[in-house]
Design a protein around this ligand. Structure first.
Ligand code: HEC
Ligand code: HEC
Length: 268
C-alpha cells in the first residue's frame, strides 16, 4: 500500500482523477496512523486504575460501609455473630465474590445465599474488601487484566475442573441436598476469578498451586467467552471491548464523511 501511494504521488499531474485518488489514499493513511496512535495512547491508561495510593482512606471508607451494612450479622469487629460467620482472614477475594455477585448483604436465613442485584459500586466493594483484608489477609485479586489468558487452555481447564458442576455451557446444574451450581452468565470477570479463589459453598477452592494465576485467567476469559456467545447489537469485533468499537465507528464514519465531501466537490 505504501509503495502504491508513493508511486501515485510521484506521477501526479497526469490527470485530475489521478491526483484526487492519491489525495484519498493519503487521507486514508493518515486516518489509520491517527487511529493506531489513539489505541496505543488510550490502552494503557485503563489498565493501571487501582493504584493503592490512598489505601488508608479506602480502608476507612470500607469500615464505615461495613459498620452500616454488614456488622449486624458479622459482628462489630468482624469476629462473627449470631447472623453470620467471622470474616477475619477470608481475604479480599471472598468479599469481592460475595458482594459483587449480590450474595451479600444477605437478606434472610436461606439455605444458599442467592445471587441478587449488586448493592454497592465497584469502588465501595473494593473499600469493603480492603477493610476486611486489613484485619487478617487472605487471597486477593492479581494485578493486570483478568481476561487476557489463553482461550484454548481456558476451555480445556474449564471442561476438566468446572463443567462437572456448571455444565459445559456454564448453564449450571443441581447438586445434592437441594443445592445448586449456578449458571455463570451473569458473573463478571472479577466474580469468576474470586469464585475460584474463595470456593463458596460446596465449590472447591482453587489455590495458586492447583491452578496458577495464568490458568485462572485463562478460565476467566473462557467463561466470559462462552457466556457472551451471542453478540447483542451486531458484530462482535473480536470482543475486544468499547475501544475497538469506538475506533472502528470513528474510522468508518470519518472515511465515509471524507468520501462524501470529495464526491460533492467533484460534482461542483
Ligand atoms: C443478614 C445477615 C448478613 C448480612 C447483613 C451480611 N452477611 Fe455476609 N454472610 C452471612 C452468612 C449467613 C454467611 C454464610 C453464607 C454462606 O455460607 O452461604 C455470610 C458469608 C459472607 C462471606 C463469606 C465468608 C467466607 O467464609 O468466605 C463474606 C465475605 C461476607 N459474608 C461478607 C459480607 C459483607 C461485606 C456484608 C455487607 C455488605 C455482609 N456479608 C452482610 C450473613 C450476612
Ligand atoms: C463441586 C461443584 C463445583 C465445581 C467443580 C465448581 N463450582 Fe463454581 N460453584 C459451585 C456452587 C455450589 C456455587 C454457588 C456458591 C454460592 O452460591 O455461594 C458456584 C458458584 C460459582 C460462580 C458464581 C456464579 C455467579 O454469578 O453467582 C462462579 C463464577 C463459578 N462458580 C465458577 C467456577 C469455575 C470457573 C469453576 C472451575 C474452575 C467452578 N466454578 C467449579 C459449584 C462448583
Amino acid at each position: 500500500m505504501n509503495g502504491q501511494v508513493v508511486n501515485k504521488v510521484s506521477t501526479r499531474g497526469r490527470s485530475r482523477r489521478r491526483s484526487r485518488l492519491s489525495g484519498i489514499a493519503v487521507i486514508m493513511l493518515a486516518l489509520v496512523a491517527v487511529g493506531s496512535l489513539y489505541t496505543a495512547v488510550a490502552a494503557p491508561s485503563s489498565a493501571q486504575e487501582s493504584e493503592p495510593a490512598n489505601q488508608s482512606m479506602k480502608v476507612q471508607e470500607g469500615r464505615d460501609l461495613f459498620l452500616s451494612g454488614c456488622s449486624t450479622c458479622h459482628g462489630l469487629n468482624l469476629a462473627g455473630g449470631a447472623g453470620g460467620p467471622s470474616l477475619i482472614g477470608v481475604g479480599a477475594s471472598s468479599v469481592i465474590f460475595q458482594v459483587e455477585s449480590g450474595r451479600m448483604p444477605l437478606a434472610a436465613g436461606v439455605q444458599q445465599a442467592p445471587r441478587k442485584d449488586v448493592r454497592y459500586t465497584t469502588e465501595q466493594i473494593d473499600a469493603l474488601a480492603a477493610y476486611i483484608d486489613s484485619n487478617g489477609g487472605g487471597p486477593s485479586l492479581p494485578s493486570g487484566s483478568l481476561t487476557d489468558g489463553d482461550l484454548q487452555l481456558g476451555g480445556a481447564l474449564f471442561r476438566t475442573n468446572c463443567a462437572s458442576c456448571h455444565n459445559f455451557a456454564g448453564s449450571g446444574g443441581a447438586l445434592t441436598y437441594g443445592k445448586y451450581a449456578p449458571e455463570l452468565e451473569q458473573a463478571s470477570a472479577r466474580v469468576i476469578y474470586t469464585a475460584m479463589q474463595s470456593g463458596p459453598e460446596s465449590m472447591p477452592r482453587y489455590g495458586d498451586n492447583q491452578l496458577t494465576v495464568e490458568e485462572k485467567k485463562a478460565i476467566t476469559r473462557y467463561v466470559r467467552y462462552i457466556t457472551e456467545a451471542e453478540d447483542v447489537g451486531g458484530a462482535g469485533l473480536g470482543r475486544y471491548g468499547p475501544l475497538t468499537e469506538g475506533l472502528v465507528a470513528w474510522v468508518v464514519g470519518v472515511v465515509a464523511l471524507v468520501a462524501l465531501t470529495l464526491w460533492i466537490g467533484a460534482r461542483a
